[in-house]
Design a protein around this ligand. Structure first.
Ligand SMILES: Cc1cc2nc3c(=O)[nH]c(=O)nc-3n(C[C@H](O)[C@H](O)[C@H](O)COP(=O)(O)OP(=O)(O)OC[C@H]3O[C@@H](n4cnc5c(N)ncnc54)[C@H](O)[C@@H]3O)c2cc1C
Ligand code: FES
Ligand code: FES
Length: 1440
């Protein structure tokens, strides 16, 4: 189609009749330009080496939309759609100057499709296949770098860009520093693995040990960024600190002398000899920043990589224009063309990296109808540096092109800094801000112009640039080029002085002369160090004269006002003062408090913390600047920020004895499929004929009457087929619920929570359905909402529960008598926020109706096929036998898809039945978070009595959970909480009550640990309180209170011989050299004022079984042997990354005496195994493993005559064939129900056990806290778990590490926040932070219990579990709290130094804000903000 034909008609609204002279429409204004310049509407590019020509594509599409529309490119995933998870990462291969190639990882979910023109796109499919994997894919797979696999293609692609950029000019340069410290993986999240194995797999590519030539670092001129990129210290293409090269060969394992020396310095992180000894205690995993490469891995040959398509070397960019009546895209090729366009149509939206604009389109529904892609315009993206040494020395200003990518800006800054030294400290400050700006994929495309034009108050670039005195070069057609000082650029919130028709061409940063005494620095504090928006972000510059008098000072802050702003009074006050004088510093600190007198209810909250941060950051700058200016012999190290080192760690490689297949380490059977993108998830299934797509209409109010719903506009939208709501199903069929059927599928008359489903719209495409759903108008009458636990208690708003545990005196009556005899009675309230599951694959389902018999096949991302089946049958009005629920794998679940997946399956089923067409839906990330519930926020009011030695006598406790608007599984979660409040301690007299608060929040649900972690956190909190009150060492207190064999839990279950906690405490203490390190922490703390360390050792015990739903403790399996000896396995469990299928295949292989690859565990479906229990409660292997074993035993019995006949080692093909010919049934149903258990609440006389056994563990964690900001790093964690006789140790190590990191997130980082109106604010990776690559413990050692205290091997036969193994999915999660409790110790040390005497009350999550404020020093006190009458915090925490 000719470009002019695709013009919108018109792109913006017609002119109002009040205007006498109608202005031209966009069509009128732009048509002449299009006709003269934009002669094509075709995009030409390559994908995985194949040429693609797209003629006039859908203008709404981002790159991911196009990729996922291709049947053979489903490996690139949609995880969030906002650049925050990296699941959509693809690599753009681009040509650079000098016939060099660059590989740029980008987020396909944001990248404008127009931007691929002239580029080569590489997706995960372009690397390799399961049959022929790329070495990266193979190593990540075989080194256990994937679990659910949904994040894996994105992570492999980020690594791919790094590895490919490491090869230039025949040399391969990659270091552990590149992999871990330069932020190449900071745009990728994984919720399963705990990251460690991924890093280890990546480190097998380090080849600096290959004794290659050192790369000479020379600068040639002209200095253009393309030339300098791979010379820069710490950039993608070089080896960071260590720059040896392999001379072309790479991919080999081995140790490097350089690494050894670095690793020994690494070992000094904890500064103990024991760390070194324990690092070497185990075998395979990296101890020096590198991982050894197993022999069977293919070597990496960089010369065998996908080449750049030759035709693209000479590709000439053409001006492009395409679109339709709604939206039009331009791609000018020169600045001149862009200026002309902006002149002709000033409201045309310039698109740089689209990292801001696409977010606005997606979440704010901004309609940019004329878009202009500017990133490929050379004048806006190409840096022209000094041409010679003379020019370099004379440089007085650096002019950064407006749309140059931030990665390149960072590289330019670092290069110039290395040449110019201290006078380029402004560039150093900017580079530092950019290192912690977004994730790598965003930095690879986003620009300074985009950042400044957005005028975000938390821009990270603006404070550094304002401090540096930067100006913005603007160009318009009429005015030409002119400069605007950045200090005057921002007008108000998200508004600048940039004229509508203006283009930012450059950002100019002045450089002082070499003799000027000047320092510029920048600091940022966020919830997470990597890829997070700032809480406070800042830039400081001071210039002094020879006498040390301040000549100029600029202190710029983001996060303190509606725009980036300067501390005007503070700047003024230091002017003319001696910078080094402490009086100057103190006056400045006082002035800062005046500059930023934030009100308590400031938007975004955290008023006191923000104020305290401004003081702390200024204090840090003052110290560092004095040191760097050389005006005083101050050692600035004590006030420096915390820096992370390269991570290391071990696994102790457990091997079970007496078995052939079980007990062996073996990669996840789908690992290679994950890594190659061949693993299929629900939304990857091929498009069905006639398929429709659904989108949800969700409540935007927490509690309201629905007055009217108007879907008429939605129905008129293109492609829309229908709308369904409460009137589409009968009243009785509209309700569902896992325990009590109390939740409507579609809201009826009232909404009880923000995010409740009101209706669905379905259309021919996903984008059409979503666009239409956004047009459904709902009118509400607001009703009062209850959000928090305190509000619910006040209003007595509870769900019925009524269960309690009584032990000792409580059974007879009151605990008063026991408390009266206690030496110490302590009371307190402890709180813990909720946690979002953040599985990478959001909820999805596909319904395929069979018209003939009313049956339906449903594919759903669910842990609970049976519950889905029950309610789908209900809404369809058919018996359960007509519904086949299926799932092959889930992209993570962690409990979040146990019940909350049910409504999704029901909704698509209703639509599919109505339309008689297949219907699919996958929730967007924000929809998923808003609808699917979280870990229960909890609050606990406790009263504990002890004797004089701190031995607990008595516990009286009320536990409250915030259940949300429906019951879901809140009762069962509370049951588990009540039964885990003992953790590992004996409590003779206890009365434990649980309360389920009914509120107007999302309905909270199961999450790994199911109430157990919350309860054990309460236990450890009151243990800390006892220790502090009695001034007893906390470890000693724990030891005194540990269970002994024969004692009873509060639910009257006997602690038996399987209690290994004392042994593990002893063994782990010795392995981790705990006592010595504890002393060293004390010494460190006595010597350091602004950094504190903390260390702690905590045990855990987790009960296994569906505790109070006895009927769920059963499983079925179906094993079929075909006459060729191959075996098909089905069981009731689902595969969600935990390796269940792998373990089940191992069990079947062991039982049947075959190899694992003879077993095929195809998928899970209710047609194969009826009434499956949810895969939950860590019991998947126990229940299904026993059922598989049972089926195999039946088959073995039938095959026994043939084994006798053909010999024990005869192949299954021979045996099965003979049996078949003899008409032996080669299919068997296995079944198992868990024996022994059967607890009944209220039976205090002779109760049966609640749990089949307890999985146990101990962790020791050491942390370092930045006292000035509340930031921290985990120096080291050692875990020992008792998981019995592990079926597959490598999978279990992965579960332990992954659960620990998830627990770390729960207790220190993840924070769900609600607005006062009851809207869940934290609905995506932008606002809700889970741990990333650089949050995991720097040293991370994991081991499994093998011996008792006397060194005798433990065999766990007494368990009578599958292969004597123990469930492992949930139990280690609580150990993540060791990070919190170690931080608590560090905070205590800081408080002690600041003479803070009051008992410490610190609630989890221990965010930087909470930690910083808990320190209670002078800055915190001075930053205090008193709420005015009626003033409330901006956000609500619903655990409060
Ligand atoms: C996941 C994520 C993380 C982020 N993290 C951070 C962070 O840590 N710190 C931070 O500060 N920001 C962050 N951002 C915000 C954003 O990435 C930055 O503001 C970025 O610099 C925007 O650049 P862009 O080129 O992508 O802008 P675009 O989205 O392309 O454009 C943004 C605005 O700038 C205008 N514009 C672009 N180029 C020009 C030009 N040459 N002349 C005139 N106007 C122009 C556009 O018209 C538009 O109004 C993040 C965003 C995302 C999605
Ligand atoms: S889907 Fe693109 S970053 Fe998450
Ligand atoms: S394997 Fe990374 S999210 Fe599941």
């Amino acid at each position: 189609m000719a470009a002019a034909e695709v013009l919108p008609q018109p792109p913006i609204a017609p002119i109002s009749s009040l205007q006498p002279v109608p202005a031209p429409s966009a069509a009128e204004a732009l048509t002449p330009l299009i006709q003269s310049t934009y002669r094509t509407s075709e995009l030409r590019f390559f994908v995985n080496g194949r040429s693609v020509v797209l003629s006039n594509p859908d203008p709404e599409w981002v790159l991911l939309d196009w990729i996922r529309a291709q049947d053979n490119l489903k490996g690139t995933k949609l995880g969030c759609g906002e650049g925050g998870c990296g699941a959509c990462t693809v690599v753009l291969q681009t040509r650079e100057k000098g016939r060099r190639l660059k590989h740029i990882a980008v987020n396909a979910c944001l990248f404008p499709l127009v931007g691929v023109d002239g580029k080569s796109v590489i997706t995960i499919e372009g690397l390799g296949t399961v049959a022929r994997p790329h070495p990266l894919q193979e190593r990540v797979a075989k080194m256990h770098g994937s679990q659910c696999g949904f994040c894996t293609p994105g992570i492999v692609m980020s690594l791919y860009a790094l590895v490919r950029n490491s090869y230039q000019d025949g040399k391969f340069r990659l270091s552990a520093s590149d992999i871990e410290l330069q932020g190449h993986l900071d745009g990728n999240l994984c919720r399963c693995t705990g990251y460690k194995p991924i890093l280890e797999a990546a480190k097998t590519f380090i080849v600096e040990d290959l004794k290659g030539d050192l790369i000479e670092e020379t600068v040639s001129y002209p200095l253009a960024v393309d030339d300098v990129t791979d010379r820069l210290p710490g950039t993608a293409a070089n080896g960071g600190e260590c720059r040896a090269s392999s001379n072309g060969s790479c991919g080999r394992p081995g140790g490097c002398c350089r690494d050894s020396s670095r690793s020994s310095s690494k070992s000094s992180v904890g500064e103990t000899s024991s760390q070194q000894s324990s690092v070497t205690q185990a075998t395979s995993v990296s101890s020096n920043g590198k991982a050894p490469l197993p022999k069977d891995f293919a070597p990496y040959d960089p010369t065998a990589e996908l080449i750049f398509p030759p035709v693209l070397w000479g590709y000439q960019q053409q001006p492009i224009c395409y679109g339709d009546g709604r939206k039009i895209w331009f791609k000018p090729t020169s600045l001149e063309q862009l200026i002309q366009l902006k002149d002709a149509w000033p409201s045309a939206k310039i698109i740089g990296g689209a990292s801001e604009t696409q977010i606005e389109v997606r979440f704010k529904k901004s309609e940019y109808r004329v878009c202009v892609y500017a990133s490929d315009i050379e004048e806006l993206s190409r840096f022209e540096g000094p041409q010679s040494d003379e020019e370099l020395l004379a440089l007085s200003e650096v002019s950064i092109p407006g749309n140059m990518s931030l990665t390149k800006v960072e590289e330019v800054c670092v290069t110039l800094l290395s040449k110019l030294g201290p006078r380029a400290s402004a560039l150093e400050a900017l580079a530092k801000q950019l290192r912690y700006f977004a994730g790598r994929q965003i930095r690879n495309v986003a620009s300074l112009a985009g950042n400044l034009a957005t005028a975000s108050p938390i821009s990270d670039a603006a404070p550094a640039l304002i401090a540096a005195g930067a100006t913005v070069a603007v160009r318009t057609k009429k005015e030409g080029s002119y400069d605007l000082p950045l200090s005057n650029f921002f007008v108000k919130y998200r508004t600048t002085h940039l004229p509508a028709n203006g283009v930012i061409t450059h950002i100019k940063i002045p450089l002082p002369s070499p003799e000027t005494l000047e320092v510029t620095k920048a600091y940022k504090q966020a919830k997470r160090k990597d890829d997070d928006i700032a809480i406070v972000t800042s830039g400081f510059r001071v210039r002094i004269n020879e006498e040390g008098i301040v000549q100029q000072a600029t202190f710029a802050f983001g996060g303190m006002a509606p725009t980036t702003t300067v501390a005007a009074k503070t700047q003024h006050i230091v002017q003319g003062k001696r910078w080094i004088d402490s009086n100057t510093r103190e006056e400045a600190i006082s002035a800062l408090l005046e500059d930023f007198d934030l009100p308590f209810g400031v938007p975004g909250g955290m008023a006191q913390y923000r104020k305290a941060l401004t003081l702390s950051l200024f204090f840090r700058f003052w110290n560092e600047s004095i040191s760097e200016l050389g005006i005083a012999p101050l050692d600035h190290k004590p006030v420096q920020e915390i820096h992370r080192e390269i991570s290391t760690g071990t696994r102790d490689h457990f091997v079970a004895s007496g078995t052939k297949v079980v007990g062996r380490e073996m990669p996840h059977l789908s690992a290679l499929k994950h890594c190659t993108g061949e693993a299929e998830y629900v939304d990857d299934m091929p498009q069905q004929k006639n398929e429709l797509h659904c989108a949800v209409v969700l409540s935007t109010k927490a509690h309201a009457k629905i007055l009217a719903v108007d879907w008429s506009i939605a129905l008129k939208m293109p492609g829309v087929v229908g709308y369904l709501d409460k009137d589409s199903v009968s009243r009785e069929n509209n309700n569902w619920g896992p325990i009590r059927v109390d939740e409507p599928l579609f809201a009826v008359d009232e909404v009880h929570s923000h995010g409740q489903t009101i209706g669905i719209v379905y259309a021919e495409s996903v984008l059409q359905a979503q666009a239409a759903a956004a047009k459904v108008r709902v009118t509400y009458e607001i009703l009062p909402a209850i959000l928090t636990i305190d509000q619910a208690i006040k209003a007595q708003s509870f769900f019925e529960h009524g269960k309690q545990l009584k032990k000792g005196a409580a059974i007879q009556g009151s605990l008063d008598g026991v408390f009266a005899k206690c030496e110490h009675v302590i009371e307190g309230i402890t709180k813990l926020g909720g946690q979002e599951h953040f599985y990478l694959e959001t909820n999805a389902a596909l319904a395929i109706p069979h018209i003939e018999d009313g049956s339906m096949e449903l594919y759903a991302s669910t842990q609970n096929l049976a519950e889905n089946q029950i309610f789908v049958a209900q809404v369809l009005g058919v018996p359960m036998s007509r519904v086949n629920m299926r799932v092959r794998r889930l992209g993570g679940a962690y409990g979040g898809k146990e019940s909350r997946s049910t409504p999704i399956a029901c909704l698509v089923a209703i639509a599919a039945k109505k339309e008689r067409r297949p219907v699919r839906m996958m929730l967007n990330r924000d929809e998923d978070i808003a609808t699917s519930g979280q870990r229960h926020p909890m609050q606990c009011k406790w009263k504990v009595g002890t004797d004089a030695n701190g031995i607990i006598q008595c516990l009286d406790i009320d536990i409250y959970n915030n259940a949300g608007y429906s019951l879901d599984m809140s009762g069962a979660v509370m049951d588990r909480a009540c039964t885990h409040i003992d953790n590992c301690y004996h409590i003779p007299h206890a009365w434990i009550r649980g309360w389920l608060c009914k509120t107007n929040t999302v309905s909270n649900t199961a999450f790994r640990g199911f109430g157990g972690p919350q309860a054990m956190y309460f236990t450890e909190s009151f243990m800390s309180a006892i220790a502090e009150r009695l001034e007893v060492d906390i470890d000693e207190l724990r030891a005194r209170n540990l269970y002994k064999q024969g004692e009873l839990t509060p639910f009257l279950q006997t602690i038996d011989i399987d209690f290994h906690i004392p042994t593990m405490l002893e063994q782990l203490s010795a392995n981790a050299d705990y006592e010595n390190r504890k002393k060293e922490v004390g010494i460190f703390n006595s010597k350091n004022r602004y950094r504190k360390r903390g260390i702690c050792k905590i045990p855990t015990k987790f009960g296994l079984s569906f505790a109070t739903a006895l009927h769920l403790n059963q499983a079925g399996a179906y094993v079929r042997i075909y006459e060729d000896g191959s075996i098909l396995l089905h069981h009731g469990g689902t595969e969600m990354g935990q390796g269940l299928y792998t373990k089940m295949c191992q069990v079947a292989a062991e039982e049947l005496g075959v190899s694992v690859d003879q077993i095929f565990n195809k998928d899970s479906q209710t047609d194969q195994v009826a009434n499956p229990s949810p895969t939950a409660a860590s019991s998947g292997s126990d229940l299904n493993g026993m059922a598989v074993k049972n089926a195999c035993e039946q088959l073995n019995e039938r095959l026994e005559p043939y084994r006798k006949q053909f010999g024990r080692d005869a192949p299954m093909s021979v045996i099965a064939h003979a049996a078949y010919r003899d008409r032996v049934n080669l299919a068997a149903n296995g079944f198992w129900k868990m024996p022994r258990i059967g607890y009944k609440w209220g039976n205090y006389k002779d109760p049966l056990p609640m749990y089949y056994y307890f999985t146990q563990g101990v962790a020791i964690t050491e942390v370092e806290l930045d006292v000035l900001t509340g930031d921290h790093t985990v120096l080291r964690t050692d875990i020992m778990m008792d998981v019995g006789r592990s079926i597959n140790p490598s999978i279990d190590y992965g579960q332990i590490e992954g659960a620990f990191v998830q627990g770390q997130g729960l207790f220190t980082m993840e924070e769900s926040l609600w607005t006062r109106q009851g809207e869940l604010f934290t609905r995506g990776p932008g606002t809700y932070k889970i741990p990333g690559f650089s949050d995991i413990p720097q040293i991370f050692n994991v081991s499994m219990l093998r011996h008792d205290s006397s060194g005798n091997a433990i065999n766990w036969k007494h368990l009578r579990s599958i292969q004597s193994s123990k469930g492992v999915g949930e139990p280690p999660l609580f150990l993540g709290s060791t990070v919190f409790f170690a931080l608590r110790e560090a905070v205590k040390a800081a408080r002690e130094m600041n003479s803070v005497k009051e008992p410490l009350v610190l609630n989890a999550p221990g965010t930087p804000e909470k930690l910083r404020l808990a320190i209670g020093d002078e800055f915190v006190k001075r930053a205090a903000v008193v709420p005015k009458e009626g003033e409330t915090n901006f956000f609500v925490r619903i655990e409060e």
